[in-house]
Design a protein around this ligand. Structure first.
Ligand code: MD6
Ligand code: FE
Length: 214
C-alpha cells in the first residue's frame, strides 16, 4: 500500500518576499527548553511597559536578553548594554535561542547569523503593535529572526513606505519568520491579539526577535 509522505518536519518554508521566509512550526521541537530559558530571563529582567518618547505607555510588555537590549523612554529608542531598571547587564542570550536563530537564518539564506540582542514582546488579548520599522540596529545587512509563541496573531507585513498596503500573515505558536536584505526595512505591525487561551501559554502571545544590533 502506498503511504502518504510522513510530515515529520511540518509544513514547507514559505517565501513571503525576496528575503522574507516563514518557517511554520520551526520552533515547535524546542518550545520547552525555550520556555525554561525564557523563565530565567524574565526573572532577571521582568517584563515592563516602556514609554514611547511621547510619554505613552506601550500596550505590549517588553524585556530583553543578550549583550544589548532595546529600550524606549522620554529620551527616545536605543540599544543599551544595561537594563535601566536594575542597572545590571541584560541576562545572557540563551544558547537554545541563539542556535535556533542561527539555523533558521541559514535556512532562509543568511549564513553565519550571530545575534547579540533578543527583544521579548508580551501580548495579552487586545494588545497590538502599531506599524513600525526596525532601524535601531547598526547593520541592516543582518537579518532579524522572529519566534512566535502562544496565542496566534495577524502580522501586518507592509512595504518600504508607511502608506503602502500591508499583507496580513498569520503567525502561530512555534512559527519562525526570517527577514533581511531588501525586506529589512519594511513597515510591519501586529493586529490586536484576539481573545483565546493557548494550551501551553494561556492568555498571552510572546514574540522573540533576535537581532545583530551592535
Ligand atoms: C511581533 N514583531 O511579532 C512583533 N520586527 O510581535 C516585530 O516587530 C518584528 O516579527 C522585526 C522583525 C520581525 C518581527
Ligand atoms: Fe519590529
Amino acid at each position: 500500500m502506498i503511504q502518504p509522505p510522513l510530515d515529520l518536519f511540518g509544513p514547507e518554508p514559505q517565501q513571503l518576499a525576496p528575503h522574507t521566509t516563514l518557517l511554520p512550526g520551526f520552533a515547535l521541537a524546542q518550545v520547552e527548553p525555550l520556555l525554561d530559558a525564557l523563565r530565567l530571563v524574565l526573572k532577571a529582567a521582568p517584563l515592563r511597559h516602556m514609554r514611547t518618547p511621547g510619554g505613552l505607555p506601550m500596550a505590549v510588555a517588553l524585556s530583553n536578553c543578550g549583550a544589548l537590549g532595546w529600550v524606549s523612554d522620554e529620551h527616545g529608542y536605543r540599544y543599551t548594554p544595561f537594563d535601566p531598571q536594575s542597572n545590571q547587564p541584560w541576562p545572557p542570550l540563551p544558547l537554545v535561542l541563539q542556535a535556533l536563530a542561527g539555523r533558521a537564518a541559514a535556512l532562509a539564506g543568511f549564513e553565519g547569523f550571530v545575534p547579540d540582542a533578543c527583544l521579548v514582546n508580551h501580548y495579552r488579548p487586545g494588545d497590538r503593535l502599531s506599524l513600525h520599522q526596525d532601524r535601531d540596529e547598526r547593520d541592516f545587512s543582518q537579518p532579524i529572526v522572529s519566534v512566535s509563541l502562544g496565542l496566534p496573531a495577524v502580522f501586518l507585513f507592509g512595504g518600504l513606505q508607511r502608506s503602502e498596503p500591508a499583507r496580513r500573515i498569520a503567525l502561530n505558536h512555534g512559527d519562525v519568520l526570517v527577514w533581511g536584505g531588501e525586506d529589512r526595512l519594511r513597515f510591519h505591525g501586529v493586529q490586536p491579539v484576539g481573545p483565546g487561551v493557548h494550551s501551553r501559554l494561556g492568555e498571552r502571545r510572546i514574540n522573540l526577535t533576535l537581532r545583530k544590533a551592535g
